[in-house]
Design a protein around this ligand. Structure first.
Ligand code: HEC
Ligand code: HEC
Ligand code: HEC
Length: 68
């Protein structure tokens, strides 16, 4: 999936968040972090195709420790 998004978007210009084999999704050990861990390709009601209203709502899904 990362490869298909990268046809048009350069992942290196973005965030620098870890993706791929070294970043296992803490919500599901069978998945690794990729573009679709943080975006929905079919659109959401929020900015940047992110499935939550705020960026911090997204981050705390995997990073409990960022919760305030
Ligand atoms: C860890 C979460 C995360 C991952 C993984 C991620 N994104 Fe994002 N993305 C964000 C957030 C948050 C924003 C909102 C803008 C910002 O804060 O930089 C964003 C914004 C964007 C934008 C619009 C703004 C810009 O920088 O042009 C594009 C395009 C984008 N992401 C594409 C991708 C693609 C393609 C991948 C996979 C290579 C990817 N993202 C992986 C969280 C993520
Ligand atoms: C055929 C080329 C193409 C492919 C493949 C593609 N995109 Fe995009 N994407 C675009 C264009 C064009 C835009 C609008 C211009 C921009 O914001 O860069 C865009 C915008 C975005 C945005 C920003 C939306 C916003 O509201 O800020 C995100 C996030 C994004 N794409 C994620 C992805 C992800 C994730 C994938 C893989 C599932 C993907 N794109 C695959 C062309 C593509
Ligand atoms: C799908 C799960 C997931 C989401 C969503 C997510 N992360 Fe991560 N994040 C990870 C994993 C996995 C790692 C790599 C292993 C680790 O350090 O825990 C990581 C690592 C990081 C790191 C350490 C970076 C490094 O180079 O070591 C930072 C900082 C970070 N994430 C910030 C964010 C922010 C900010 C957001 C929201 C925009 C976010 N993360 C969303 C799973 C996620």
């Amino acid at each position: 999936m990362l490869e298909s998004c990268a046809t048009c978007h350069d992942p290196l210009k973005h965030m620098g968040h870890p993706m791929g084999a070294k970043a296992k999704d803490p919500r599901n050990p069978n998945l690794v972090v990729d573009c679709l861990s943080c975006h929905r390709s079919h659109g959401t009601e929020f900015k940047h195709l992110i499935p939550y209203a705020t960026t911090s709502d997204l981050c705390v899904k995997c990073h409990e420790q960022f919760k305030r």
